[in-house]
Structures are given as C-alpha cells and as structure tokens.
Design a protein. Structure first.
Length: 401
C-alpha cells in the first residue's frame, strides 16, 4: 500500500506547536537524568583560582642558577659519600619515583636510626618560602646542610677549622666526623658513570677543583644542592591540562568526571573547602596549621612551637604541597596515614584529636563515602607522570655505586 506523506509546510500551526513542545520536554527529561558534574562540557568548564603556570623560579642574588652548578648538585644529591657511614644520600629519602618523597612514615638514617618526621616531597620546592614541617629554614641553601649535619640522618659534625659558613640550628656540633673528614671523602670519590670526578664538576661550577678551606667550601656545596633542587619542576599533571583548557581530560571519561566532582568539593567553601589551606599553584598556603590530628605521643613533636616558642603554635605544621600527592604516601608530618582516603576521612570527621589551637576551618564536613572517593580521585590528577617516570633522565643517579 502506498503511504501518503504530508509535507511539513502543510501541517497546521497548533500541531507544530505541540510537536515542538514534546521534543523539548523529551530533551529536558533526558538531561535531568544526569548529575550536573556528568553534563559538564568543554563549553561549561569549572573555573578555578589556581594559576595556570607556576611563574618564574625565584633565584637568590647570591646563588645565580647555572647548569654546571645544578649538575654538581645532582651528583651531591645522589651521593652516599655525604653520609659518615656511606649509606645515606638525599635521594634515599627523596626518591624520584615517589615524587621525591619517602615510602616510610619516618625516614631511616645513619646506623639504622629512625627519624621523627616524614620526608616531604620536593616537586616545585623552588617556590617554597619556608622549609621543613616547622619552618626552621628560610631558603634551600640554608636547608641543604640540615640532613648532612644531623646526627640521626647523615651523621656529620661541624668543624672548628674548616671554612663552614652555614648558620647554627642543625642537629649536630663539633666532633670527629667533621667537615674536613667530609671534604676528604668527596676528594677521594671515584668517577661517575660518564667518567667525571668531583674535580671536574667543581671546576665547572665554582672554578676550583679543591674542596676545603682554600677551595670549594660547605657553602658552595649547599648552593649546588639548592641549584639542583630548583630544577625539580612539576607542571604536567592531568589537572594542569584541564586548568589550561584541555577540558576533555576530565569530562571525556567516567574517571575524569569523578575527579571533576571531587575538584568541586575540594574548592567549595561550603563543601570540603580544602582550597582554603591548599591554595596556589602548589596547593599550599605556606602557613602553619593545627589540623586536628593531635600531638604524636611517641615523639611529642610540637611542630612550629619548637621554633617560635609561642603557645599558639603548639601542634601546628606547615601545609604541604599536594603536587604528586598520590605518589608520596604515607601522609602527615609523622606519616600516620597510609592512604589519601584516611587523610580525607580524618578531615571529614573534623579532626580526630582537636585542640584549642586547631584551625577553625577544621570541622565536620558530612561528606558521603562517594564524596570522599571523588576528592581522592581529584587528588590523583595532581600527579605528573613525566616527573615520576623521569622521562627526561635529568633526575637519574649519576654514580656507579
């Protein structure tokens, strides 16, 4: 049977109106079945206040950055000769594949001694304005000798005869394992994987092959390590791609949509409000807070109070960067939490052991299990896989042993 087709132009006006309304209702019904986060499109991005780039690296006037200096610093960073027993290096506690952090709650030092704090990740440490969990050091140059001259970590002592220009405040003092002994070990160090010795590296960086009072001093060593640490830059996470306009990183997959929901909660003042402390490009306000987890009874570490001696600072620790946070477990200054889920759950409870110094923003959040999982999913997008996998090979160990 032949069907009769009525031209659209001949349909009556009321029928057209009813037809269009039906289409519109049908479209709206389908859209309403999706959550707001799942309908986010590249045309409707979530706006963040996080800068798109970290900006230029702050360089101190007395330590201009050079490739030769950074290369010397890389050798020193990976060199176990810096420790008295020849077993510890900076890289031992700041491992590249873990975002330049440690896998232990607190790090092992000389003769198997256990420290009291978790080793912070070093990605983008060049942008820090204050260093360590209690903020005792004000620059990378000032911090570099800290682990070297710590009786628990590398075990060196200060010398009363060598040209030591570093300030006081380290967990060490004059003793048999002094800087003269350290300089001797470095002078006797063998060649690296490509046949270079420290003499070659010191000449290139500082114009002298001699280590000691008449040549390269401890101050030069500290400045070289700091120069290398300023090259540990992380800018290529999935979040960075999204924040720079590649919106399908989050909207194009189910995992990305979950991370997007988590990001909203992270940044919402009425949600988790993590952004109030974990702000800026590196997700840290560079300040000190009591986040309600309480003083560790086994160490009685009182944080910033150890430096300021102000009662208001008891239990306060520096806000860590969240860059590559998924790689740097365990968490907190004492490594008490093994997973990001534990961390978020602690904040969700309003802190497990709040005190009078606990930050007022630490409160019960009433997040659902799904909310917690979404925030964790977002935190995982802060991982820079190029940094962690060392694709450029710029963070490899230069030594044979």
């Amino acid at each position: 049977m032949k069907k009769n087709h009525v031209p659209f132009s001949r349909l009556s006006g009321p029928f057209v109106l009813v037809f269009l309304l039906m289409v519109l209702v049908s479209s709206c019904s389908k859209q309403d079945t999706n959550s707001p986060s799942s309908t986010t499109t590249p045309d409707d991005p979530v706006v963040t206040n996080i800068p798109k780039t970290p900006g230029s690296i702050p360089i101190p006037p007395d330590n201009p950055q050079t490739d030769a200096k950074a290369e010397l610093g890389r050798h020193l960073f990976f060199d176990k000769t810096l420790s008295v027993d020849g077993k510890e290096s900076c890289a031992g506690c700041h491992q590249v594949s873990y975002g330049f952090s440690d896998i232990f709650p607190t790090s092992l030092g000389m003769n198997g001694q256990r420290g009291t704090r978790n080793a912070p990740a070093l990605a983008n440490v060049a942008y820090n304005t204050i260093f360590t969990w209690d903020g005792r050091f004000k620059s990378l140059e000032e911090h570099a000798p800290g682990p070297i001259f710590n009786s628990v970590e590398m075990g060196n002592n200060f010398s009363t005869t060598a040209r030591d220009t570093v300030p006081n405040g380290y967990n060490s003092g004059p003793g048999p394992n002094d800087t003269n002994f350290l300089f001797k070990r470095l002078n006797n160090r063998g060649i690296d994987k490509v046949g270079k010795a420290y003499a070659d590296l010191f000449i290139a960086a500082w114009g002298s092959s001699e280590i000691g009072p008449k040549g390269v001093s401890l101050d030069h060593i500290a400045k070289s390590i700091a120069a290398f640490e300023r090259t540990i830059i992380s800018t290529q996470s999935d979040f960075d791609r999204y924040n720079n306009g590649e919106y399908t990183v989050f909207t194009g997959t189910k995992e990305g949509q979950q991370a997007l929901r988590g990001m909203k909660l992270f940044m919402d003042a009425n949600g988790a409000n993590c952004i109030s402390c974990h702000s800026g490009y590196n997700f840290t306000d560079q300040q000190f807070h009591d986040n309600g987890i309480g003083i560790n009874s086994s160490t009685n570490d009182q944080g910033r109070f150890n430096i300021s001696k102000k009662d208001a600072d008891i239990g306060k620790f520096k806000t860590p960067s969240l860059r590559n946070i998924a790689l740097s477990a365990p968490y907190m200054h004492d490594g008490r939490f093994a997973s990001l889920q534990e961390v978020v759950n602690s904040y969700n409870l309003g802190g497990k052991n709040p005190t009078s110094n606990t930050d007022a923003r630490v409160r019960k959040l009433n997040l659902s299990d799904q909310d917690v999982a979404d925030i964790v999913a977002f935190l995982k997008t802060l991982t820079d896989n190029n940094l962690a996998s060392n694709k450029s090979n710029k963070f490899s160990n230069p030594w044979l042993n």
